[in-house]
Ligand binder design. Structure first.
Ligand SMILES: [Zn+2]
Length: 471
């Protein structure tokens, strides 16, 4: 019997949170590199995979500069190592590649020696970044959340400072600097520490500059936190005369082949109606929506939707699942829309959805409704819906209030004439079970993903089709 034990030791680059002495220390301490990963050193020129982050409140230009500085931060090792010896300079090459959000859907990381991800914060420390070696790869996390001093206090002659995360985004220079430090761990360096804790603290603040880029706390000023000759010499001592070695033999990325389906990744995939009619002079959008399972959900990964049109051609699009695991996209229906049967399938994180279909038909094929005279007038426009209703629906969709409160909301919609139901039907009674997709739909409306009018149409459909019974 074989046991595989994965040992992950984290090296955390801390925002300095220790003590700053108020008196000058004597320089008697010894300093050296701590525990290293020398057993995990690169056997070829490393391939570094940098994943584009999905940060909704960061503008594209900010994310671009994070990535740019991260690439520069990693490549500064190649630059400084190559500059230190002329003959071997090509042996110190580092190959960086950036994987866009789109490409992450099917990206195979088998050739990555180092993977770099951007993360919001470290739940355990106030850290700028960290490195672990796991499953044969270096995993680097860079924190993109800015920090601030939230508490200081004095004990004896030592002033302590505690740092907290805040909502601002970190500067790209600081991120690149952290990338340099963490990549030093990937190379196999440990922390460069002094046996005098005061000295370690001093290294992270003015007027001193860091003696090594591998000090355990990051310097406030990244210009004072560079790769030093002592770092370069240590790397050369570990790797010897061959540098990182030859370029790695890589295998091409396989394009995915879908032969058999793997279900279990989708809670739902649906359109609100099974038949849509194109009406002359009227353009509208139909909504294709769904929810991925908790098991499959992976933040920032896109769902691939494939629509097969009536003439047999396929169109693909990528849709992002939001934090609630819901996704939605819209399709335009105008006079030029192809009539016939449409088929939709979705794929996400290696899972396939069930296939769903809907039809778009000419208005002339619309069945003539049975002659039940309408008593309530057709509303021309949707009135804006009250805020309390939105809260009510949101809480219901999240399971914090019961179905009764939800049906009260529907009663309001009926009594205010927003929903069209036959006049004899006055009160709403809850059914035993409201379908899950209703809850999903309600949640989207509460989160602003679908319009008031779509929400009302959905409820109207529910009441008129008897899914929610009225008496
Ligand atoms: Zn570190």
């Amino acid at each position: 019997m074989r046991f595989i034990i994965i040992i992950a030791i984290a090296f955390v680059l801390l925002i300095p949170l220790f003590a700053i002495p108020t008196f000058q220390q004597e320089a008697f301490a010894k300093a050296d590199y701590g525990l290293s990963y020398s057993q995990h050193k690169f056997s070829n020129q490393p391939i570094v995979c940098i994943y584009e982050p999905n940060v909704p409140n960061a503008r594209d230009v900010i994310v671009e500069s994070w990535i740019k500085e991260t690439v520069l931060g990693v490549e500064s090792w190649q630059h400084d190592l190559a500059a230190s010896e002329y003959n071997l300079k090509d042996r110190w090459n580092i190959h960086t590649q950036v994987i866009s959000l789109e490409d992450q859907v099917f990206f195979d990381n088998k050739d990555c020696d180092v993977e770099i991800r951007f993360v919001k914060l470290d739940p355990n420390y106030t850290a700028a970044g960290w490195h672990i070696f796991q499953n044969g790869k270096s995993q680097i996390s860079l924190v993109y959340t800015e920090t601030e001093v939230c508490r200081t206090w004095i004990e004896g002659n030592i002033r302590y400072t505690e740092w907290c995360y805040k909502d601002d985004l970190v500067r790209s220079k600081a991120l690149g600097n952290t990338a340099t430090h963490e990549f030093g761990h990937a190379i196999s360096l440990g922390h460069y520490t002094s046996d005098n804790p005061y000295e370690n603290a001093e290294w992270s603040s003015d007027p001193v500059r860091s003696p090594s880029v591998m000090t355990e706390a990051v310097h406030y000023n990244e210009e004072k936190n560079k790769i030093r000759p002592i770092d370069i010499n240590k790397v050369k001592e570990i790797y010897g005369g061959e540098g990182f070695g030859e370029p790695k033999q890589t295998t091409p990325q396989n394009s995915p082949v879908f032969e058999s389906k793997t279900l279990g990744g989708f809670e739902s995939l649906f359109t609100l109606e099974s038949t849509y009619y194109k009406e002359p002079g009227n353009t509208y959008y139909l909504t294709i929506s769904g929810k991925v399972t908790e098991k499959a959900y992976s933040k920032g990964q896109n769902i691939l939707l494939t629509t097969t049109f009536p003439d047999g051609h396929d169109e693909e699009q990528k849709v992002l699942a939001v934090g609630s695991r819901n996704f939605a996209t819209q399709m335009r229906v105008d006079s030029s829309a192809e009539t016939g049967k449409y088929t939709i399938s979705a794929r996400y994180m290696g899972y396939d959805s069930e296939t769903i279909t809907f039809s778009i038909l000419d208005a002339s094929e619309k069945p003539i409704p049975k002659a039940i005279p309408k008593v309530t007038p057709e509303p021309k426009e949707i009135k804006s819906l009250p805020t309390w209703l939105k809260n009510n629906v949101k809480w219901w969709s999240q399971g914090s209030i019961d179905d009764q409160s939800f049906t009260q909301g529907i009663e309001y919609l009926i009594s205010d004439g927003i929903i069209n139901v036959p006049i004899t039907e006055k009160t709403v009674s809850q059914t035993d079970e409201i379908p899950l997709w209703v809850r999903t739909n309600a949640n989207w409306w509460a989160e602003g993903m679908i319009t008031d009018s779509d929400f009302v149409k959905g409820i109207e459909y529910l009441v008129n089709s008897g899914i929610i019974q009225v008496k």
